[in-house]
Write a protein of this length. Structure first.
Length: 128
């Protein structure tokens, strides 16, 4: 099993915060040292028995954009030699987002927030 984390995360003392439901026991519990490689977790499910999962941490550059953004369109500009990312804003009740932001990146590892590109006083989704 692969556990993605952000670059810079201290994986020598990482608590994946696995949550066990009633009748389920997960061991080990709490922070683990993933810097030495795989950590084996033992999952006991009442009435089902025991299963082992080998968990490794992967330091990824994902997501590229921090925050509630989805459905990105990406364009590459040969003129500026940058990628321009146009996502929808997400995380609002009933898809009620009223703006679109623009981000730029020259490496898809980091991005720069260029601000709001389109703004509306009513939900943009009302017109679809």
């Amino acid at each position: 099993m692969r556990l993605p984390v952000k670059v810079g995360t201290d994986i020598s003392n990482l608590d994946p915060e696995f949550e066990a439901f009633k009748g389920v026991n997960i061991s080990p519990d709490g922070p683990q040292d993933f810097s030495k490689g795989v950590v084996t977790y033992i999952i006991y499910i009442e009435g089902k028995g025991v299963k082992e999962y080998r968990v490794m941490v992967s330091k990824d550059h994902n997501p590229v954009l921090e925050g509630g953004y989805a459905d990105p369109e990406v364009l590459y500009s040969h003129k500026t030699e940058k990628y321009y990312i146009y996502p929808t804003s997400d995380g609002f009740h009933n898809w009620s987002g009223t703006y679109f932001k623009t981000f730029s990146s020259d490496n898809f590892i980091s991005s720069k927030d260029l601000g709001v590109m389109v703004s509306a006083m009513i939900s943009l989704w009302n017109f679809t």
